[in-house]
Ligand binder design. Structure first.
Ligand SMILES: Nc1ncnc2c1ncn2[C@@H]1O[C@H](COP(=O)(O)OP(=O)(O)O)[C@@H](O)[C@H]1O
Ligand SMILES: [Mg+2]
Length: 327
């Protein structure tokens, strides 16, 4: 492993085998005798590395392969081929030792005992991970204070809000002070306040302990606040790996034009242009400057429409990423 790296992934592939069946009773019966299998290539050979202390954002549309990546890296899934080395371990081979050094939060999975207070789950954690009592107490106290969980941890988990539950899961994942934490959609369904508190906490933990984080999320604001580096994954392959601002540069050929009109018009068509939004007196048009120029588009708009206002801007990062996905 290169010095400074804590993760090296090379040509990681995962094909899921699923049984395929056409709908209907007859087909269900047929399937009892002869199963048909289908392979779904969720990861098509991805390669990347991560340095200690990074907060890496893993983004991509639904079904891109983000969770599959997290599962392979955290050791709960056997890949089809390729190599993964994390902290000197091959995750799925040495799982028992390996999990001592990592933390995992799956946003959509229950990970705490439902009927018990989170505090009891933390205690169990302490036993399972053999955390020395004093370290446990100090860490827990600090995290409870940072996340304002003083009362929350005493209530049964089932009575907690989504945000409170997520904060407790985050605490549980960090109690043994892992070097590396995987967060798979940690902010799904949370309100803005809870999201902000979690973000600040992640940043603080990253600074305080040099904990490395790998986060998958749909929330681009979260990415912008947390991650210097992002990996964009689409259809099981990496389509971008680099700094967040680099995405804008790489896909800078796109501009957005907002036009306000005095009369009601809601169509526009031109080579290299896509209408993103339309309202009776407003159009939002995306221009691919490789195919046409801003000047041409503006001239055309002024000639044909009763233009009141025009504004040209860089598309917001969400829109750029949408474009990357569509390509
Ligand atoms: N256990 C599984 N069995 C079969 N197919 C799966 C399984 N888990 C995921 N997939 C498929 O693999 C692809 C990638 O899934 P996933 O890694 O969960 O994507 P993401 O987390 O980016 O939404 C999807 O097409 C999904 O349907
Ligand atoms: Mg997922």
């Amino acid at each position: 492993m290169k010095p400074g790296n804590i993760i090296e992934v090379n040509g990681l592939k995962k094909a899921y085998k699923t049984s395929k069946r056409d709908p209907g009773l007859i087909n269900a019966i047929k399937a009892l005798f002869k199963r048909q299998y289908m392979e779904k290539e969720a990861l098509k050979g991805i390669t990347f590395s991560v340095k200690k202390g990074e907060i890496l954002g893993l983004i991509g549309p639904n079904g891109a392969g983000k969770s599959t990546t997290i599962k392979a890296l955290s050791g709960v899934l056997f890949p089809t081929s390729g190599t993964v080395e994390v902290l000197g371990y091959t995750p799925w081979e040495e799982r028992e030792d390996y999990v001592q050094h990592i933390g995992v939060v799956f946003g959509q999975k229950p990970q705490l005992v439902w009927d018990l207070p989170a505090m009891d789950s933390f205690e169990m954690h302490k036993e399972v991970y053999n955390i020395p009592p004093r370290e446990y107490a100090t860490r827990l106290k600090r995290m409870i204070r940072l996340l304002s969980l003083e009362e929350v941890v005493k209530k049964p988990v089932r009575d907690l809000s989504l945000g409170e539950r997520m904060k407790c899961k985050l605490v549980a994942s960090l109690l043994h002070n892992p070097d590396l934490v995987f967060l798979d959609e940690p902010s799904i369904g949370l309100d803005v306040i809870a999201k902000n508190i979690m973000r600040d906490f992640i940043i603080e933990t990253n600074k305080h302990n040099r904990t490395t984080f790998i986060i998958t999320t749909h929330d681009m604001q979260e990415i912008e606040r947390l991650c210097k580096r992002v990996i964009i994954i689409n259809h099981g392959g990496i389509v971008y790996d680099g700094p967040l601002h680099g995405i804008k540069q790489q896909f800078q050929s796109f501009k957005v034009v907002d036009v306000k009109m005095e009369t009601e018009r809601n169509t526009f068509s031109k080579k290299g242009c896509t209408v993103l939004e339309k309202r009776p007196y407003e159009l939002r048009i995306q221009i691919d400057t490789k195919k046409t120029t801003i000047k041409e588009v503006i001239n055309l708009l002024i000639k044909r429409y009763d233009v009141a206002d025009i504004n040209v801007s860089d598309p917001p990062i969400e829109e750029i990423i949408e474009l990357v996905f569509r390509q």
